[in-house]
Design a protein around this ligand. Structure first.
Ligand SMILES: Cc1cc2nc3c(=O)[nH]c(=O)nc-3n(C[C@H](O)[C@H](O)[C@H](O)COP(=O)(O)OP(=O)(O)OC[C@H]3O[C@@H](n4cnc5c(N)ncnc54)[C@H](O)[C@@H]3O)c2cc1C
Length: 385
C-alpha cells in the first residue's frame, strides 16, 4: 500500500523515491527487531543512527541544518511507512514535532546547534507537556522556569513522556510567569547530558506501544542558559504549542492510516489461508463484507489525510481540520483493529500474531496528542463562531 492517493497533487517523483527508500529501510532494519524491542521496552539506539544515515529524519529540514530541504510531505512519508510495517515503537513522530518547533521558533544559533544532530539521529528528542496533575488542561502546568542571572532554574515533574528514557534534548513546557495563566507559559530546551537535578523515572508499563519508552521526568532546580528559551520572548509557549499541534495531530492520523494498511494486508493474507467448514474464511460473506467496509474506511481516511498533508505543505492546515483527522483517524484505526482481530479468531488474541499487538497499540491514539474529546471540543469551537 501507499500513503498517496493517485490524484494527490502534492506528491512528486522525489516523494515516491523517498517512500520506496523508507519502506526498504524499515523492512530491513526495523521490522525484524520489533518483537525484541517490545520485550526490552525500548528501540535500540542504533536504529536512530541508521535512520539518520539514510536521511529518514531530515526530509523537511533545510540543507543548512543537515536536512534535504524538502517540505513536510517527506516527514509524512517517514511516519506512514513506519506504521505500514506494523511499528509504533520508534519515537520519530516526537522527533519530527520537536524539529518543527525548532524550525518555526528557534534562533539560527539554536537551529545550528541542535537540528543537525536530530536529523542524524545523534540526539533523540522529547516534548514534555503533561504533568501528573494535568494533561488536557495545559494552562495548568505547574513546572516553573525561574530566571536567575543568565540562567533558568527549572522545577517540576512531567509524566507519560514519549522517548523519556532515551531523549537527550527535551522541550519542557514551563511557567516563566505563574501569575499570567496561558501568557506565562514558555518552551525551554533542556540538554539532559550532565544536567544536574534532572532525573528520569521508570520506563512506564503500558497496555500497548511497548517498544516505545514512556517515562516520568523530574526537574529539581535544573539550570539552563537563558538562550535555551524557544523564541525571542517569554510567554509565547502556549501560542507556539497551539500553532504546532496541528502537525502533531496530523502525524497521529498518518500513523493510523499506516497501521490500518498493515492490519488489512495481514488480515487478508490470514483469511485467505485459514479454512473452516470446507472453505477459506475469506469466502464467507461476512468476511468479505467486513473487509470491504474496512477498505472503504481506509480509502476515505487516505483521501482526507492527503488533503491535510497538502494543506500542511501550503501552511494552511488549521486546528479544527487537524483535530478532525486525528479524531477520525484514530477512531477508524480502533474500529479496524477490532474487526481484523475478530477475523483471526483465537489466534487474534495470541501475541505471536501482530494483530494482537496492533489492537493494543491503537488504543492510545485516541488519548495522546490531545484526547478525542478535546479534538471534538476544538472542532465544535470552529462551528460556534
Ligand atoms: C503512551 C502515551 C504517550 C504520551 N506521550 C506524551 C508526550 O510525549 N508528551 C506529553 O507531554 N504528553 C504525552 N502523553 C500524555 C497525553 O497527551 C495525555 O495523557 C492526554 O493529553 C490526556 O491528558 P490526561 O492523561 O491528563 O487526561 P485528563 O486531561 O485528566 O482527561 C481525563 C478524561 O477527561 C476528559 N476531558 C478532559 N478535559 C475535557 C473537556 N474539556 N471536555 C471533555 N472531556 C474532557 C478527557 O478527554 C479524558 O477522557 C502521552 C500519553 C500516553 C498514554
Amino acid at each position: 500500500m501507499s500513503l498517496f492517493t493517485p490524484s494527490a497533487a502534492w506528491v512528486t517523483d522525489e516523494h515516491r523515491m523517498f517512500a520506496d527508500m523508507a519502506a526498504r529501510v524499515y523492512a530491513q532494519d526495523l521490522a525484524p527487531h520489533i518483537s525484541t524491542w517490545v520485550k526490552q521496552g525500548q528501540v535500540d539506539r542504533g536504529f536512530w543512527e541508521i535512520a539518520g544515515a539514510q536521511g529518514l529524519m531530515g526530509g523537511a529540514v533545510p540543507e543548512a541544518y543537515g536536512g534535504a530541504g524538502g517540505g513536510v510531505g517527506f516527514d509524512a512519508i517517514t511516519v506512514y511507512e513506519q506504521a505500514a510495517v506494523g511499528d509504533c515503537g520508534w519515537g520519530y513522530s516526537i522527533q519530527s514535532i520537536v524539529t518543527h518547533y525548532l524550525l518555526a521558533y528557534g534562533s539560527d544559533e539554536q537551529k545550528q546547534r541542535w537540528l543537525p544532530d536530530l536529523v542524524a539521529g545523534r540526539r533523540v528528542a522529547a516534548i514534555a507537556m503533561t504533568e501528573p496533575g494535568c494533561g488536557s488542561d495545559l494552562q495548568a502546568v505547574s513546572t516553573t522556569a525561574t530566571k536567575d542571572g543568565n540562567q533558568y532554574r527549572i522545577n517540576g515533574a512531567k509524566t507519560f513522556i514519549t522517548n523519556g528514557q532515551s531523549a537527550d534534548l527535551i522541550v519542557v513546557v514551563a511557567k516563566t510567569d505563574p501569575s499570567a495563566g496561558a501568557r506565562g507559559v514558555s518552551l525551554i530546551l533542556v540538554e539532559t547530558e550532565d544536567a544536574a537535578g534532572f532525573r528520569r523515572g521508570r520506563n512506564l508499563e503500558k497496555l500497548g506501544m511497548k517498544a516505545n519508552d514512556t517515562s516520568e521526568l523530574f526537574f529539581d532546580d535544573v539550570k539552563v542558559p537563558l538562550t535555551n528559551l524557544l523564541g525571542q520572548d517569554e510567554g509565547q509557549g502556549f501560542y507556539q504549542l497551539m500553532k504546532q499541534l496541528p502537525w502533531e495531530r496530523l502525524v497521529i492520523a498518518i500513523a493510523a492510516l499506516g497501521a490500518i494498511d498493515f492490519a488489512l494486508s495481514e488480515t487478508i493474507a490470514y483469511v485467505q489461508g485459514r479454512r473452516a467448514f470446507g472453505k477459506r474464511v475469506m469466502d464467507f460473506q461476512n468476511t468479505r463484507f467486513k473487509l470491504a467496509e474496512m477498505k472503504t474506511k481506509a480509502e476515505v481516511l487516505r483521501a482526507f489525510v492527503n488533503d491535510c498533508i497538502a494543506r500542511a505543505e501550503a501552511g494552511t492546515l488549521d486546528a479544527a481540520t487537524a483535530s478532525m483527522a486525528k479524531y477520525w483517524g484514530s477512531e477508524t484505526q480502533n474500529e479496524v483493529m477490532h474487526e481484523c482481530l475478530q477475523l483471526f479468531g483465537g489466534y487474534g488474541f495470541m501475541m505471536e500474531y501482530p494483530i494482537a499487538r496492533l489492537y493494543t497499540d491503537a488504543r492510545v491514539q485516541m488519548i495522546y496528542g490531545g484526547t478525542n474529546e478535546i479534538m471534538k471540543e476544538l472542532i465544535a469551537r470552529s462551528l460556534d463562531v
